[in-house]
Each structure stands twice: as C-alpha cells, then as structure tokens.
Design a protein around this ligand. Structure first.
Ligand code: IPM
Ligand code: MN
Length: 351
C-alpha cells in the first residue's frame, strides 16, 4: 500500500516525538512492503512565527490532500500567560479539527503489563482496563458563541450542540461498542445543562437501533470519580468536547503515564493521529520526552487503513521496549533512562 501522510510536528517536544514515530512507521513499511511518503507542514507556534497563523491554508491543503495526518503537539508557554494574545497556537489545532471535519476523537485507555505498578492506582483496580473515550471534537463550548461584555468585566463561552452533532458521534459510539464489550455510557451533566439533556434525548432515541448494546447514562462529576475507582466498569464512553478533554487526561493516569496514550480523530475523509499529551515545553529540545504515545498513534493509523498486523507489530515492539526497560526518564525509575531518539532507534530496529 502507498500512503501519503502529512506530518505536523508542531511545538515543544512535537518534532522529537514525531521523528520517532516516523522511524518506526518507516520500519513497519519496509517490513510489510508499503511505501510511505511524508509531507511536513507547519502548525502551532512554529507556524505563527513563520507565517503569522497557527494553521495556514497551505498546511490545510497538504492535510486535506493526504491519506492521513500525523500530529505532534501544539502550544508554547509564551502565549499561556498572555491573556491578551489574539493569535494562539491552540487555535491552529481547533481550526484543523474543524476544517478537516474531525468530529470524533477516539482516546483509548488500556494498561501495559509491565507498567501496572507505575500507576498511582492499585493493581487490582486497573489491571485489564480497556475502555475508549469517544470525545465530541468540533462542537460544544470549544466552538460556541463567546465573548466579553460590560467593558470586558464579563466573559462568556456557550455550550451549544445540535442534534445531528450528537447523533453522528453517538452512532460511532454504538458501532464501536458492538465490536467490543457492547456497553455504551453517555456521560453528561443532564441534571443541570440543557445541551446535556439534548444529548440524552438523542442517545435514548438511538437505543432501539442497537438492541445488543447496553446503554447507561451517568453524570460527568460521578464519572470523574468512578473512572479511577473502577475503570473496568466502562467500555465505550461518549461525551461532549470539554468533558472528554478533562476525562481523558484523568484516564491517562490509569496506564501509568500521559506519555503513553495515543488518539485518533476521525469524521470525514482524512483522519488525524496524535498523542493526547501536550507540547511539554520544559523538555523541548532535550531528547528526553517519551515518544510512545506518538508511536502508538501511528499504530492506530495502520489499524484504520485495515493493516492490523502492522499495528500489532508496533504494539508488540512497544511492549517489548517497556518490558526490557528501553524507556525514557519518565518511566526509568532509577534504571537507565534512554533518550527519545534512542528509544525510537531501538523500536525501529526491533520491528
Ligand atoms: C487536547 C488538548 C487540546 C484540547 C488543546 C491543546 C487545545 O488539550 O487535545 O486534549 O483541549 O482539545
Ligand atoms: Mn486535553
């Protein structure tokens, strides 16, 4: 198979972790006789610096004309403490999600046998966790009406959802659940928010079309608690944009490190693959960041192109690196800490 992949390294540790995912993907391509052509494009603070815009049209054209997008991270501290900044790197990511129609963000949470004891949670609670948070990605409070009034002393962001937005996400959730544990949990705040009541109503109306799926409805505050108390109680969770953003960071604790969790964003023709972690500016340029989340995002990419053996090859080599202690400092625990690039080289050599 020939794959054209847009490569958006972005900011902070983005370029370093992306490099490792490219090495590993190229090794997979060589082993299974595929051809990957990578087209780099600018995004985030790097794009603001170069052309004054975090998701330039040229980058969008490259993404829209590729088979998939592999994305590193976005964000730079010089914008974080400047509330007056009009252009922010994160806007690039939001614009990209919207322009590429990526309405569903698939964020799996699973455990790695060799890392169970690295999680701050107890082994018996988390061992065998296998859940997916399906986060709505192009609506909700991230994209609703916002602004200031009263001479700037009042600020508002609104959570708006349309029925079709909930329905298309929920259908993906049902379809995923059918292929997995057949359980779907709609996570909302329907006791308070009107938008959440629309979510419930919409999901309830779909239930009869998917009789084999057991559906539950839970409030997001309670799920924040249950997710770490008993994650094995969940299979597929569907939830709104902001709720999903928060719950997926929380869920990453289950697997032991934020540096491990991959994601895909899907919706229309071109899908995007990215680690769920951010740009980790403190580590940028030091060759110490954990590249595994990005490498595992590449595995999700292969899987979506119906190449399960290729995806498995990546997951196997990642498990092997963890078991053999070929890990970056976040996982080294007093043992030898490998550099980001060394982990990438090792993975590629062992594919
Ligand atoms: C994520 C990130 C982004 C989000 C930021 C960088 C805009 O936190 O992908 O989870 O909030 O969606
Ligand atoms: Mn987030």
């Amino acid at each position: 198979m020939k794959l054209n992949i847009a490569l958006l390294a972005g900011d902070g540790i983005g370029p370093e972790v992306i490099d490792q995912a490219v090495k590993v993907s190229d090794a997979v391509a060589a082993k299974f006789n595929h051809e990957i052509s990578w087209t780099p494009a600018l995004t985030g603070a790097a794009a603001i610096d170069a052309v004054g815009e975090p998701y330039p049209d040229e980058t969008h054209d490259i993404c829209a004309n590729s088979d998939a997008v592999l994305f590193g991270a976005i964000g730079h501290p010089r914008f974080d403490n400047d509330p007056s900044a009009k252009i922010r790197p994160e806007q690039g990511l939001l614009k990209m999600r919207q322009k590429l129609g990526l309405f569903a963000n698939v964020r799996p949470t699973f455990t790695f046998p060799s890392l169970i004891d690295k999680s701050p949670l107890k082994r018996d609670r988390i061992e065998g966790t296998d859940l997916i948070i399906l986060r709505e990605l192009t609506g909700g409070v991230y994209f609703g009406e916002r602004g200031r009034k009263d001479d700037g002393d009042t600020a508002f962001d609104t959570m708006t959802y349309q029925r079709f937005e909930v329905e298309r996400l929920a259908r993906k959730g049902f379809e995923m659940a059918i292929k997995r544990g057949k359980k779907l949990c709609c996570v909302d705040k329907a006791n308070v928010l009107e938008a959440s009541r629309l979510w419930r109503e919409t999901v309830q109306a779909l239930e009869k079309e998917y009789p084999e799926v057991e559906v539950s409805y839970e409030f997001v505050d309670a799920v924040a608690m249950r997710l770490i108390q008993w994650p094995k109680g969940y299979d597929v969770i569907i939830t709104a944009n902001l709720f999903g953003d928060i719950l997926t960071d929380e869920a990453s604790v289950i697997s032991g490190s934020m540096g491990l969790m991959p994601s895909s964003s899907v919706g229309s023709k071109v899908s995007l693959y990215e680690p769920i972690h951010g740009s980790y500016p403190q580590a940028a340029g030091k060759d110490i960041a954990n590249p595994l989340a990005t490498v595992l995002s590449a595995a999700m990419l292969f899987e979506d192109f119906n190449l399960p053996d290729e995806a498995l090859a990546i997951r196997d080599v990642v498990n092997k690196s963890l078991a053999e202690g070929v890990v970056t400092e976040d996982l080294a625990e007093g043992g030898k800490a490998y550099k980001t690039s060394e982990v990438g080289d090792w993975l590629a050599a062992n594919i």
